[in-house]
Design a protein around this ligand. Structure first.
Ligand SMILES: [Zn+2]
Ligand SMILES: [Zn+2]
Length: 353
């Protein structure tokens, strides 16, 4: 009798242990599934980059002009791709929890915004000298920390001639009119030549773009992963310089052994804008035409199946009438025969790519 009781007790204990194991396994695997869901926004791959939108418009609305922070997802240091809006963009991004995964260095002398700008932005990549791409950099410079500015030689020249000249602004750089405050070290990029970005694991290769003054596309590289940021650009068929084609050819070749995680490109105007009034900008029609050119150059089309095409630089307007952002969204969707994944950049938004 005692024996049977003991046996029953033992069986019960074993079942309890089995149940515990089983529930632990269920928790473990559901946790794994959840983790996989979080990181699988770009298909089955883990994200390689984090992008924070500091400014999404291409003009008119001060406080929301072209600027994007990009970092290697495993690092705590960003680069700023253009710098139309910095401080207001960082403030709005904080309100949207865009820095949730960043361990912000807390220097008690500075606010969180100050610490993000000073400690976590390790350099600026400036596409061209138009004010809507540099206003934030100029305005925040009195409280910024020392760091490099990477740009094509003509763009760096515009910065020192036009802004850092002791007339428009004090010369915070290490070149141009003395006295030089040496806060920003101007680094001239050689087109199509890779350059390491100090204090990050990233490299950049610059390509010239057609615009009323020289603009730039930056191909950012981290091991086998690529991210591309294009400053303002007109379409090749209007500009007649073949500059976008050169970029698409380079990327198509890189894609034979690398992954393209994301692309930021401008659409300034709706399709209603006539070609003679583009002033070096794209419309939905022209963007899709350019992306189609790129698509035809790629051998293995599955390589860009999950590519997110992030739309920047939509011109804000104060005129009454249809919202250009809504119109551009519709026109992109209507013309999207190849199934590109368009994302309209929104200030304060964070993307894992
Ligand atoms: Zn612009
Ligand atoms: Zn411009």
């Amino acid at each position: 009798m005692l024996n049977i009781l003991q046996k029953n007790n033992l069986t019960r204990r074993i079942s309890a242990i089995q149940l515990l194991c089983l529930s632990w396994l269920v928790i473990f695997f559901s946790g794994q599934l959840q983790a996989d869901n979080v990181i699988s926004k770009t298909g089955t791959k883990k994200p390689a980059f984090e992008l924070v939108v500091l400014g999404d418009t291409g003009g008119i609305q001060d406080g929301n002009l072209s600027a994007f922070l990009l970092r290697d997802i495993n690092e705590q240091h960003y680069i700023s791709l253009d710098a139309g809006t910095l401080v207001n963009g960082i403030n709005i991004a904080q309100q949207h929890n865009a820095f949730a995964d960043l361990t912000v260095i807390q220097d008690p002398q500075w606010s969180t915004t100050g610490n993000i700008l000073r400690q976590h932005i390790k350099g600026y990549l400036i596409s061209h000298g138009h004010l809507d791409h540099v206003a934030g950099l100029l305005i925040s410079s009195p409280e910024d920390s020392a760091k490099p500015i990477y740009a094509l030689p003509s763009v760096n020249q515009t910065l020192i001639d036009t802004y850092f000249n002791w007339k428009a602004w004090a010369n915070f750089t290490n070149k141009g009119l003395p006295p030089r405050l040496n806060q920003y070290q101007l680094v001239d990029l050689v087109p199509k030549q890779s350059q390491t970005i100090t204090d990050t694991s990233l490299k950049v290769t610059a390509f010239s773009l057609s615009h009323p003054l020289e603009s730039t596309a930056f191909v950012i590289e981290k091991d086998q992963d690529l991210f591309v940021y294009l400053g303002d650009t007109g379409p090749d068929q209007v500009e007649k310089q073949g500059k976008l084609k050169a970029l698409w050819q380079y990327l198509a070749q890189q894609l034979q052994h690398k992954h393209l995680r994301g692309l930021v490109i401008e659409v300034s105007f709706t399709n209603q804008r006539p070609d003679n009034l583009l002033f070096g900008h794209l419309t939905p029609k022209w963007l899709i035409q350019e992306l189609t050119q790129f698509h035809t150059l790629i051998d293995d089309k599955s390589k860009i199946k999950d590519l997110q095409v992030i739309i920047s630089h939509i011109k804000y307007t104060m005129k009454n009438g249809p919202d250009p952002r809504e119109q551009i969204k519709q026109q992109l969707n209507q013309g999207n025969l190849l199934g590109f994944k368009f994302v309209l950049a929104t200030q304060g938004q964070r993307l894992h790519l």
